[in-house]
Ligand binder design. Sequence first.
Ligand code: GAL
Length: 425
Amino acid sequence: MKKSLLLVIITIFAIFLTACGGSESKESSGESGGTKLDILSWWTAGGEADALNAVLKGFEEEHSDIKVENSAVAGGGGANSQAVLSTRLQGGDPPAVFQAQGGPDLLRWESAGYLEPLDDLYEENGWLDVYPEELIEMNSKDGKIYGLPMNVHRNNVIWYNEKVFDEYGIEPPETFDEFFEIAEKLEAEGITPLALGNKTQRWATLVFEAALLNEYSVEDMAELWTGEEDFDSPEMRSALETFSKMLDYTNDNHSALDWQDAAELVISGEAAMHIMGDWETGFFESKDLKPNEDYGWIQTPNSEDVFNVVNDSMGMPTELNNPEEAQQFVEYLGSEEAQKEFNELKGSIPARTDVDLADFGTYSQAAAEDFKDFKLSISLAGGSATSAGFISKVDDAVNEFVTQRNIDNFIKSLEDAKPLLDEEE
Ligand code: GAL
């Protein structure tokens, strides 16, 4: 056969292979973006970032044909990520899967027509038997399930530097009287008693909620957020007095710091305590701190038998150009393997009830027991107690209070925002 003819045949065959391989490899490698998934969250600091990366890696190992992009947006509590999500959903550029706080924060996107129900996934994977009914219910609307709960976090925790407490012979405070006694003692030693980072407004609301938990029962607190309990009450005024006094013992630069910066103040010993959700343990462990050696924890005053619940749930938008792959990702996130990998690093309890916690950290194993035994309250600062619109108004009112300390103005702000309590989820 003539050499020139052979070359032509090889060239045609090579083009054919490339075309097939190209379209196949383009599809499979995600180069075309056809099977590239991007996951939008605000998990960017320490243990939470490690947790997210672990499940992205785990998924890609099981689905080598799908590229997953971590589109996380920094800003604790979703301060920035939520704005990006809104723009992307409304702009026709939805992420394949996104993080939201379970409940109203997630479901508001269904009301806007952007969420895909996950009922088939729950059925096909037997999730109705292994996810707590409460969490499924929290992420459902009109009989359909719109969220996959990833975890259970707890907000009513005081974290403290164990070495500072040991050095000054300080016992963890069980009441706010003890808290302020300790604060005076620490301040006299030149140590910031309470670290605060409210660059993300939500973290000041979290401290305010600790003061509320000192005054209200779980039942009465829930009625604040259904509108059945007046905002102007002796309990509310007492909580605001306590909150104001707590603020007097915080670092001056608090408005420039996010939660992880405040956690670093406790790590360095510059500050002694931090009231924060228990992603803090994931952060400490990612910095190689040891529980009960480097850091300790205690429930915030008068809430020793209350688990102030935070839930992160994943939503899947409608109108995706690769719904099958997105479903495969959600399916992986809901698996026992992913729930274990994610929560072990995150510092949270798996939402899924059949995960073996034997390898989990000291704090998380204790938290899992508490979750079974304690009274559950759905956290306001955790973004799940009521509508996102109302909670955002609370954030604004809290952050004005941080500087103005005007109790009447604060209560009026909540009363003015009351109509948002009934905001369509
Ligand atoms: C919360 C979220 C946690 C963690 C924390 C710090 O809103 O539920 O998973 O991300 O913010 O950003």
